[in-house]
Every structure is written in structure tokens, then in C-alpha cells.
Design a protein. Structure first.
Length: 495
């Protein structure tokens, strides 16, 4: 009789494009999100938690017109008797769920509705280095008002948020542009109803931050050679037709007034363009009245990312300090947030336009920026470890750890095999513990404990001479009643 085949063991590995987050990563992200939420709450925004699963129909703006309805998202079809159940999908972002929530509950919600949301989103896309299929977003939106005061408020709130979490003034800029200004530019270019050519112009504008003014000029015309030597065909516009686009992209002046004046010249006689410039003027005036100067928030026509999606003002938060890349080269950190006005999204559900404006912060990028600035450490601090010298005295050790916890100090008793004391210290080291508490029989008889400063001990072991080690002992005796106070002193000395 043949032996039954053994079921192969599953591979212990994360799916492609996903990753696991441990201790300090999770803690630091939560602390940062708590700081962001505090600013949003201060501005009067309410928290919203919507389902991680939406119908594919609700997420339709991300789906291509093909037979595969789950392209770009993780989706599945619910089973029913006729195999015609609803297609469901993990949310792609936090904006589409907001549109659904507002359309569904609009009669019960205040107008305007101001909400913030934080959580993971999922994208069924090809992963790459640092690019995962699941990541966190942090959004704030105002739905139901066309007032530019809402746009100005979002920009002010974004500025306050960056400073709240540890990006100092001078290390960031919130930059503002307007889709209506670009529409005005397209209008005066004389392309008529040639939508395909307009789309080509938009795609070329989107490359401005990579190829610069000269590159855009070539791509709007006959074309250009890229860095690899390949020739890229251009849009085929004349110099006269391309002029308004280049004037638009290079219109940033030495002051807000000069920038707005240059934009008015770029849009010429376009009513749509003039409306966009007026909106930028309103936002600038409102921000100035609140004390937000050009050192924090600036009108900048070179912001082109997202212009194809938004219907009015667009915003981008850029970190301006330099970091070293993997090859040791200096480069600016770049964008950590983006947003703008989108007045068409809710109309998919209601048939009526509902004005909306919002911002989305890239949580992982902002956390990476804080680490680059030294605002958070790569390794979080672990708990104080109360070691076990005598397993029969576990109640004494639990009493110690209870005192530490009651005082707000993170602590735990070693619960492994206490036979080898060295293994207990290795465990404390692996946990990143700042202090080890030691009390054997001799210490118990004397009414004392030994405190081992593990951080100082590691520093001494790495750098100190024998004389320095004697002068700066990392392990010392304290009265049992001073457990909490002396432990706190050690922790605070390293904070």
C-alpha cells in the first residue's frame, strides 16, 4: 500500500510586495499619527473610520475599461447562486471611501463635513525597492464648500502638522498651484477640441521636475534625446503654441504679487485661467492674514503633480533639507504630502457636484524624514528588565515590576529560564532595554538592589579605557525603596 503523501509545510515568508513591521516601527508610527491627529482635531476635524473593503463600483475611478475589474486593486467576487455577486476590493486610498460615505450619509452629516482618516491602503501594483502594496495614508478633507478659505485652512493645517511632528520651519515648504490656471493656459494655446494633444501637453508638463524648462520646450516641439540616448518624439507644437505653457511653468517670481502677475499674463484672455489666478490670490491673502509667510507656504506654478486629477488648487509639502542617498550623494528629501480641490468625485454617486478639498500625508515617507533629521531613533527604547536570581522569589520580582509600571515606566520580569544569568542580559540587550534590575540573596539581606545602566555599559565597553570604566561604573547599588526614582534618572539621562 502506497504511503500517503505528506502535506508540504507552508513557506514562512511575506507575500511579494508586503512587509512586516516590528516594535519601534509600529510605536513610532503611532506616536507620529497621534501628533497629526491632535493638530487635525484642534482645527475642528472629526475622525472617520470606514471599511477597508469597498465595492469595486465605489472604487471605479481607478479601474481600467477592460474585462478584468480588479486591475490595480485586490478584488474578489462574492459568491451567489448565479455567480453574479458583487465585486469587492480592498480600498485603494482614503478619498474614494470618503466620497461614498458622504454620498450615503449626507442627510445626517453637517455641511461642510470635515473629517480626517488614517489607516492602511492596498494597491495591486508591481512592487519595488521601498514601494509596497500595503502602506499607510493620513488624510484630512472638507466636503461641501467651494470657499477658498477651506483650501487656505488645509495648507495652514499641513504647515502646523509638519512642525508638530518635528520638521522645523525652514526645513519644509507647502507649495500651491491651480488646475484652473493650467486649463486657461491650454485654452489660449489654440488647440481647440483636440483632447489627445491636450493630454500629450499634460503628460509633458508632468515631466517638468525631471527635465526642466529646456526639456519641456523640446518635448512640446519636435522631441529630445533622453539620458540613454533614445529619441523621444515631441508633441509637435510651434514655438508660439508652446509659449503659454513655458510662461506658466516659469512664472514664479521673487514675491507672491510678482508670481500672480506673471500667471495673469500666461493665461491671457482665458476666463477660466483668470478665475484660477483669483483663487490663488484669495488663498495667499487668507494665509497672510493668519501669519503664514513665504517661508512656510508659497504660490509655486512648478507644482504639476496631480494637476490631471484635481479641479482647482493643488498643494504639495516638500522637505527642503538634504540627505545622503544609498551612494553617499546629497539630495533633497522631497515631497511627503499632496492634495487639492476635487469637485467631481461625489458626483459619481449623487449626479450633483459637491465641492471638496483635502490633503494626504505619506506616513512612511514622513517617518523616514523624521529619522533622517534625528527626531526619532532607528531603534526604540525597550522595557526595563527585572532579572530573576531566584525563581522561588518570583512574587518579589513581580512586585518590583508593578511599582515601575505604576510609575509609568515600561518594565517586565524576565520569564525565560533564569538558570543562566548571562542569557538574561543578552535578552535585555536584544530588547533594547535601558536598565536591568538585579536582586540576589545578598542584596535582599541588605535591603538593596543593583541597577545596571545597559546603555552606558555598552558605550563604555565600546570606547572607554579601564580608568574611565572605573570612574563611570555602569552598575551600582541603591536602596530598594529608591527603585523607581533611580531607574527614572537613568532613563531620563539617555533621553
Amino acid at each position: 500500500m502506497a504511503k500517503p503523501k505528506k502535506t508540504p509545510r507552508p513557506k514562512a515568508e511575506t507575500p511579494k510586495g508586503f512587509t512586516d513591521y516590528f516594535g519601534s516601527d509600529v510605536t513610532q508610527r503611532k506616536e507620529m499619527l497621534d501628533g497629526i491627529a491632535a493638530v487635525y482635531h484642534r482645527y475642528g476635524f472629526d475622525a472617520l473610520e470606514s471599511s477597508a473593503v469597498e465595492t469595486v463600483e465605489a472604487l471605479g475611478k481607478f479601474l481600467p475599461d477592460v474585462d478584468r475589474p480588479n486591475e490595480g486593486v485586490f478584488a474578489w467576487q462574492e459568491a451567489d447562486d448565479n455567480d453574479k455577486g458583487d465585486w469587492l476590493a480592498l480600498r485603494y486610498d482614503l478619498t474614494a471611501p470618503l466620497a461614498r460615505v458622504y454620498a450615503q450619509h449626507r442627510n445626517d452629516l453637517p455641511t461642510p463635513y470635515r473629517r480626517y482618516a488614517m489607516g492602511p491602503v492596498w494597491r495591486n501594483e508591481k512592487p519595488g525597492p521601498g514601494r509596497f502594496r500595503q502602506f499607510y495614508q493620513c488624510d484630512a478633507d472638507t466636503v461641501g464648500t467651494a470657499s477658498m478659505a477651506a483650501d487656505a485652512e488645509i495648507c495652514a493645517m499641513l504647515s502646523d502638522t509638519l512642525e508638530e511632528v518635528g520638521i522645523p520651519r525652514g526645513d519644509y515648504l507647502v507649495r500651491i498651484n491651480n488646475r484652473k490656471v493650467l486649463n486657461g493656459v491650454l485654452e489660449v494655446m489654440g488647440l481647440g477640441e483636440d483632447q489627445a494633444r491636450k493630454d500629450d501637453v499634460l503628460r509633458t508638463i508632468d515631466k517638468f521636475d525631471k527635465v526642466g524648462e529646456a526639456g519641456v520646450r523640446e518635448l512640446l516641439g519636435k522631441g529630445r534625446l533622453d539620458a540613454s540616448g533614445a529619441y523621444i518624439d515631441g508633441v509637435g507644437l510651434s514655438e508660439e503654441q508652446a509659449g503659454p505653457v513655458l510662461a506658466f511653468l516659469t512664472s514664479k517670481g521673487a514675491s507672491t504679487d510678482e508670481t500672480l502677475s506673471n500667471l495673469r499674463a500666461a493665461v491671457g484672455s482665458s476666463a477660466m485661467g483668470a478665475e484660477g489666478v483669483d483663487e490663488l490670490q484669495q488663498i495667499a491673502d487668507l494665509l497672510t492674514a493668519q501669519g503664514y509667510g513665504a517661508d512656510r507656504i508659497v504660490i509655486d506654478p512648478s507644482v504639476v503633480r496631480g494637476l490631471g486629477y484635481y479641479t482647482g488648487p493643488v498643494f504639495e509639502a516638500e522637505l527642503t533639507f538634504e540627505i545622503l542617498d544609498e551612494k553617499g550623494r546629497k539630495r533633497q528629501f522631497g515631497s511627503v504630502a499632496g492634495g487639492g480641490r476635487y469637485d467631481d468625485l461625489v458626483a459619481r454617486f449623487t449626479g450633483q457636484k459637491v465641492p471638496a478639498v483635502g490633503i494626504s500625508i505619506g506616513v512612511d515617507r514622513l517617518l523616514a524624514a523624521l529619522r533622517a533629521k534625528g527626531r526619532v531613533s532607528l531603534e526604540g527604547q525597550g522595557p526595563v528588565i527585572v532579572t530573576v536570581m531566584d525563581r522561588e522569589r518570583m512574587a518579589d520580582y513581580q512586585a518590583m515590576v508593578s511599582e515601575l509600571r505604576s510609575a509609568g515606566i515600561r518594565a517586565e520580569v524576565y520569564l525565560g529560564n533564569p538558570k543562566n544569568f548571562g542569557n538574561q542580559l543578552k535578552y535585555a540587550d536584544k530588547r533594547g532595554s535601558p536598565v536591568a534590575v538585579i536582586q540576589g540573596g545578598d542584596e535582599l539581606d541588605k535591603g538593596v538592589i543593583m541597577l545596571k545602566d545597559l546603555i552606558l555599559g555598552a558605550q563604555i565597553a565600546e570606547n572607554a579605557t579601564l580608568e574611565e570604566w572605573k570612574e563611570r561604573p555602569s552598575q551600582f547599588e541603591v536602596a530598594r525603596g529608591d527603585l523607581v526614582a533611580r531607574t527614572r534618572e537613568i532613563i531620563e539621562s539617555h533621553s
